[in-house]
Design a binder for this molecule. Structure first.
Ligand SMILES: C[S@@+](CC[C@H](N)C(=O)[O-])C[C@H]1O[C@@H](n2cnc3c(N)ncnc32)[C@H](O)[C@@H]1O
Length: 292
């Protein structure tokens, strides 16, 4: 699996890191490639969550971490930690020779002691990779986890029950844009008052099919006023050329963004029209300073 589903792939595939028994290979791969998407996206997700809570009078929001992998989005939303600090943790050679259950025990203890941000969250995770979901459950990131493929079929009763209570869906990595059947099945299982959907697709991965699904569930999608930010570095010139062409085809000017060596992303919000007001007026900032 990749930043793209197969068939539409214009980025390199990193299958081997996506379903290991612990998070080391995945976070080290992200570090090596200079991933920054989650750093920027989560700042905007947290601002949106504040606005949603105020609009709906919610005290303990229920989140779906959609295509969660090992839970980096949940980690950054729940805890007082930066993406850079997460990468630094797993650079430590002390992690090299540990067995997966030792990594899980260490991570569980670390997360148990790591300061939590307000508000308290209830997080349900959904990904097709069983090991990644199991890791997130075992270390205490996810309150519930589901290894299911809604692109292929309906949710299990347990997942449907969890989705029925979700207030906000968050997703980094473009799956919500690129897998409209899964997005449709997620939203169909949500309650009559649909959750807000906040995502951070790579520029060029926006799809009319996804905005059509959102609209059919009563959600209007907008691009938040956040400057395009780095998703990750390109692996090679071929990947860059494809990304430039895709960004251009979607109406973006790649000059100074994709041309400078990195995939770029943006934050999309889908919500019932106007609910929560103008994002420029939200109590929390949408932007965050880039990581070095
Ligand atoms: C680029 S990764 C992003 C993971 C994570 N959100 C992050 O920010 O690191 C894409 C994820 O989508 C998952 N995925 C692929 N197809 C999926 C589907 N049909 N339903 C849920 N997750 C899926 C993959 O297993 C992978 O973990």
């Amino acid at each position: 699996m990749s930043d793209q589903p197969q068939g539409e792939a214009f980025v390199t595939i990193f299958d081997d890191t996506y379903d290991q028994p612990d998070c080391r290979a995945y976070f080290r791969m992200m570090d090596r490639l200079g991933y920054r998407n989650q750093h920027h996206a989560v700042a905007a997700f947290r601002a949106g969550l504040g606005a949603l809570m105020a609009a709906r009078g919610i005290a303990r929001p229920r989140i779906l971490d959609f295509a969660s992998s090992y839970g980096i989005v949940t980690l950054l939303m729940r805890h007082e930690i930066t993406l850079g600090q997460v990468f630094a943790r797993y650079r430590d050679p002390a992690f090299d020779d540990l067995a997966p259950d030792e990594v899980i025990a260490r991570d569980r203890a670390w997360l148990g002691a790591l300061a939590r941000r307000a508000p308290p969250l209830h997080v349900s995770a959904l990904d097709i990779m069983p090991n990644a979901v199991a890791y997130g459950r075992a270390v205490g990131l996810f309150d519930e986890g589901f290894a299911e493929d809604l692109e292929a079929g309906a949710p299990s009763p347990g997942l449907a029950a969890a989705l029925g209570q979700v207030d906000m869906i968050v997703e980094c990595g473009s799956v919500a844009q690129l897998m409209p059947r899964a997005l449709d099945r997620v939203l169909a299982a949500c309650g009559p008052r649909k959750p807000w959907v906040m995502t951070s697709p790579i520029r060029g991965n926006e799809r009319a099919a996804a905005s059509g699904v959102l609209a059919r569930h009563g959600l209007v999608q907008e691009v938040l006023p956040v400057a395009p930010f780095v998703h990750r570095r390109f692996e090679d010139a071929g990947e860059q050329a494809r990304a430039i062409a895709n960004a251009r085809a979607a109406g973006h000017d790649p000059e100074g963004f994709e041309t400078a060596g990195n995939f770029h992303a943006q934050v999309l919000l889908a919500r019932p029209a106007g609910e929560g007001g103008d994002p420029r007026d939200w109590a929390q900032p949408l932007d965050i300073a880039p990581l070095p």
